[in-house]
Design a protein around this ligand. Structure first.
Ligand code: KFV
Length: 164
């Protein structure tokens, strides 16, 4: 069964940030060994590495993986997150919960406006101003305690990128 593309004009205008959210961008998985995780997804799902970088501020070596072409189409992908050091939020996460799903990220058109609206509604975002994310995106996070137990990332892609 195929699902028809969503009609943006059909989105209820009453939702807090509905007009600013365009897609599920990625799910982030905390992994202790990036190369081993990439190999597992390549060997079993045929996923390729679409992008890889080190983000020192976030304490991660990360790889965006998915079906070939997922980056061009803007489809949701998987972000493998390995800790750079013991102080990394990913190291803390793995120590507490083990490897596994660490975050869900949604793509937004204006992360500043999103954060302003969320904060105004009493929903905690982690940073007073967005930080640099994957491929020069601008990111912030909703605290997991204010998002049903899920760390929710808000991603505004760089102007030169499709998504991710
Ligand atoms: N998911 C769900 N619950 C979580 C959680 C997570 N990822 N991390 C922490 N918690 C829960 C935790 O179990 C605890 O619950 C509570 O939140 C506070 O934990 O019922 P409990 O036991 O009280 P803390 O404060 O001990 O946790 P801590 O690890 O110190 O901080 C949590 C948090 C969310 C503030 C921290 O992980 C954070 O600042 N995360 C945002 C940055 C991040 O995750 N960076 C790595 C990914 S970089 C990335 O995604 C990039 C670069 N990108 O572009 O996409």
């Amino acid at each position: 069964m195929t699902t028809p593309p969503a009609d943006p004009t059909a989105t209820p205008a009453t939702a807090l940030i509905a007009d600013l959210v365009t897609a599920v961008d990625h799910v982030g998985i905390a992994v202790p060994d990036l190369d081993a995780a990439k190999k597992w997804y390549a060997d079993n799902l045929g996923f390729v590495t679409l992008h890889q970088e080190t983000n020192v501020e976030q304490g991660v070596e990360e790889a965006m993986i998915g079906p070939a072409g997922a980056d061009a189409s803007g489809a949701a992908v998987i972000q493998l997150l390995a800790p750079l050091n013991e102080e990394s939020t990913i190291a803390k996460f793995i120590a507490r919960s083990g490897a596994g799903l660490q975050q869900l990220a949604v793509r937004v058109t204006d992360v500043d406006a999103v954060c302003e609206r969320l904060t105004g509604a009493g929903i905690r975002v982690l940073y007073p101003a967005p930080k640099r994310g994957t491929a020069d995106s601008r990111i912030n996070f909703v605290h997991p305690k204010d998002a049903g137990g899920v760390l929710l990332e808000l991603v505004e892609p760089a102007a030169h990128g499709v998504g991710h």
